[in-house]
Design a protein around this ligand. Structure first.
Ligand code: PEP
Ligand code: MN
Length: 337
């Protein structure tokens, strides 16, 4: 059960609610958001149902949910969540495309790619300043300098910025620069990190891990939301199956499935999903057809010299052509790009 309280509830009314819950033998977790305070309750559901909690001052409504994820569930919110990022909205009719290099390598590299993806119609520039690399000897990212470059790209192109945070110690820093904070596939169940980004008010983009079930992904969203940050989006980026022909298996069924379970926007990353630029555009088309609210696509003007993920990066011209293709698919299902 979840008890939704009005954001402006005063301390004395809150105390009355707590006393009532204690009397009912119920324990609770408090999530303080900008507009409301949400109590996730553990106790006797039947008792709660008949306790007339909604009659107490400052209480909005009691919501029954049997799901392990509460705030991420459609029981909590039946209308789809839309997230405002600068002048764009994620989760409405218009599909948002996030494009850019895997890694922020230099100012010149990001300016070149940023200018071209903006012209092609992307809404968000992506680029990692902190990179989760399999080998400790591989390029680890430019760190703070990379964040500065991303801010310059935003200034120059008007694109919003998404970038990954890997370490709880960097959350404050990344939150200062990013319009959207990315939690990478490898950190999807890093609960300390999820708690920390949940304490910020910056929208959070959670990538499904290679071995993450749909329920686990939703529980990761729940961690962020339980800390008061309800601006969460989920990203399918391929899971690890038995077949090694491609880097991953892009699970596009996750799109309609997630949309039947949660109100949160669902994004697809075909680049990491297939790991080979030749299949990125076809899977981007399929993702849009499946109902994705957005796409994340890696683009590089010189894939052969890219510091990371060159093989799966589209040349700017191919990205531009891909955007034309997905626009047609979007139109066919009553959406736009
Ligand atoms: C990335 O977006 O470059 C990245 C590292 O993705 P993932 O966490 O999905 O592997
Ligand atoms: Mn990458």
């Amino acid at each position: 059960m979840i008890l939704i309280l009005r954001g402006g509830i005063d301390d004395s009314d809150l105390e009355i609610v707590f006393e009532r819950l204690t009397a009912l033998g119920v324990t609770w977790h408090v999530a303080r958001g900008a507009e409301r305070v949400v109590l996730t309750l553990t106790g006797d559901d039947e008792l709660l149902r008949t306790a007339q909690l909604e009659a107490l001052p400052g209480v909005d409504r009691l919501v029954a949910t049997q799901k392990p994820y509460k705030l991420a569930s459609l029981d909590y919110r039946s209308e789809r969540t839309t997230i405002r990022i600068g002048k764009r909205t994620i989760g409405d009719r218009k599909i948002v495309v996030m494009a850019g290099p895997c890694s922020v390598e230099s100012r010149a590299q990001c300016f070149t790619i940023g200018d071209s993806v903006a012209k092609s119609g992307a809404g968000v520039f992506r680029g990692g300043a902190f990179k989760p690399r399999t080998s400790p000897y591989s390029f680890q990212g430019l760190g703070r300098e990379g964040l500065e470059i991303l801010a310059e790209v935003r200034e120059r192109t008007g694109l919003s910025i998404i970038t990954e945070v890997m370490d709880t110690r960097d959350v404050e820093l990344v939150a200062r620069y990013a319009d959207i904070i990315q939690i990478g596939a490898r950190n999807v169940q890093n609960f300390s990190l999820l708690n920390e980004v949940g304490k910020t008010s910056v929208p959070v983009f959670i990538k499904r891990g290679m071995m993450t079930t749909i329920t686990e992904l939703l529980m990761s969203a729940e961690y962020v939301m339980a800390n008061g940050n309800e601006n969460v989006m989920l990203c399918e980026r391929g899971i690890r199956g038995f077949d090694t022909a491609l880097r991953n298996t892009l699970d596009l069924s996750a799109v309609p499935l997630l949309q039947s379970l949660t109100h949160l926007p669902v994004i697809v990353d075909p680049s990491h999903g297939v790991g080979d630029w030749r299949y990125v555009v076809p899977m981007a088309r399929a993702a849009v057809a499946a109902g994705a609210d957005g796409l994340m696509i890696e683009v590089h003007h010189s894939p052969e010299t890219a510091f990371s993920d060159g093989v799966q990066s589209l040349l700017p011209s191919r990205f531009d052509d891909g955007m034309r293709q997905i626009r047609k698919i979007a139109r066919a299902i009553g959406r736009s790009v």
